[in-house]
Design a protein around this ligand. Structure first.
Ligand SMILES: [Ca+2]
Ligand SMILES: [Ca+2]
Length: 392
């Protein structure tokens, strides 16, 4: 089945975050795989947790702390955090002097609540303009051992991996960013933030199937503005219907504004299997979008591929207020989403008067799993394929 629903024809275009300069004014090179920190002197512009002989040890935490301090001090020019060649591809973070009990909580920069779900803070809190390029080398995975001694201790106090809450933040080439809560939280002060899995041509991936601890790939808090996520393979995450989702929009009085999600694949094996527990997360599947009571002003979903999703709602937005929604060039294959009937469609648009502005759902391909009988799009009742509705 190919369903085409066009409510208007002009996709919105929003600015992405600024690209980093070729040679940054401040370059902080992470040469340690340790979780620990802190930076030993925030006033010197140098990333150093301690010295090993004559060599400064720079952890990712110290680098982020130093970058935040440079911004807070009004430092001129661009700041880039990168990873040394001495750290090989796909190296998990481990150890560090602030990790005293094999408990991932000990490594957190932020220990106070971000919001109700990432209540125990975040490993990394970024507050000002910086480009963080992990080069597919350093894996921030605090959701399973050895970041913590067991899946239970990993999940005992839920927090985020990255809390991005400032202007001009770009995170590049960051694989397997995982925690007990959200992988990335975009906070109320997030402005012009880019999460690019493939800035170097190698595609990014976050596959959250070690256990059921991780719950959200991207959490958007009210007030976040101009966020782009692109070039990732993402799946897994615990399947809560209230608090989880690949993309989770938290409810609040303020809107999340101008989010672009482009070229992100969420593809499960054709034959669903595996469990979703503390020792096996291969069967975990969260909603693609969860947005209960959230307000979103500008959401573009471009070139998404979602395949073989089973028994969860997919794009679940009936109780969100959404102004200017674009879903274009998506490929949604073999999905058998939660429940049956038209009101359990793959794409549940905001109901009643909650969907406003310009809505474009165009050039998408939908197929359902054999025998599922699922509906592709639900907007207060069925529309035949090829429908064209005037905006408003
Ligand atoms: Ca320093
Ligand atoms: Ca959890």
């Amino acid at each position: 089945m190919i369903a085409l629903l066009v409510l208007a024809t002009t996709p919105a275009v929003w600015p992405a975050g600024a690209e980093a300069a070729e040679t940054p004014d401040h370059l902080l090179v992470v040469n340690s795989v340790e979780w620990g920190g802190p930076d030993d002197n925030l006033g010197d512009g140098i990333c150093r947790t301690r010295t090993d002989g004559d060599t400064p040890v720079c952890t990712l935490r110290a680098a982020v702390e130093q970058a935040n301090a440079l911004n807070a001090a009004g430092a001129a020019g661009s700041i880039e955090i990168t990873v040394a060649d001495s750290i090989g591809p796909a190296t998990r973070m481990v150890g560090g002097q602030s990790v005293t009990s094999l408990d991932a909580r000990a490594a957190r920069m932020r220990v106070t609540p971000i919001w109700s779900q990432d209540y125990y803070g975040a490993f990394f809190e970024v507050t000002g303009p910086v480009t963080i390029d992990l080069r597919h080398r350093l894996l921030v995975n605090g959701a399973s051992a050895p970041a913590c001694s067991s899946a239970t201790t990993c999940d005992s106090s839920e927090g985020a991996a990255f809390y991005l809450n400032g202007p001009g933040i770009t995170v590049r080439n960051a694989d397997q960013v995982l925690s007990a809560g959200s992988s990335f939280v975009f906070g109320p002060a997030a402005r012009d933030v880019v999460l690019d899995g493939s800035a170097d041509g190698t595609r990014g991936h976050v596959i959250a199937t070690d256990n059921y601890n991780p719950e959200r790939f991207a959490t958007f808090l009210p007030g976040a503005r101009n966020v782009t996520i692109q070039h990732y393979d993402v799946r897994g995450y615990y399947g809560s219907q209230t608090d989880a989702g690949i993309y989770y929009f938290a409810s609040g009085a303020s809107a999340v504004e101008h989010v672009v999600i482009d070229d992100v694949v969420t593809s499960y094996p054709p034959s669903a299997g595996g469990g979703c527990g503390s020792l096996d997360g291969t069967g975990c599947a969260a909603r693609i979008i969860s947005a209960i009571g959230a307000r979103i002003d500008g959401l573009a979903l471009r070139h998404l591929k979602i395949a073989n999703l089973r028994d969860v709602h997919a794009l679940h937005m009936p109780l969100a207020w959404v102004n200017d929604l674009e879903i274009t060039d998506g490929v949604f294959l073999g999905n058998n989403v939660y429940g049956t009937g038209e009101s359990e469609a793959f794409l549940l648009l905001p109901m009643d008067d909650r969907l406003t502005g310009t809505t474009t759902v165009q050039r998408n391909v939908f197929t359902s799993a054999p025998g599922s009988g699922d509906v592709a799009i639900y907007l207060l009742g069925k529309k035949p394929a090829g429908s064209v509705e005037p905006s408003g």
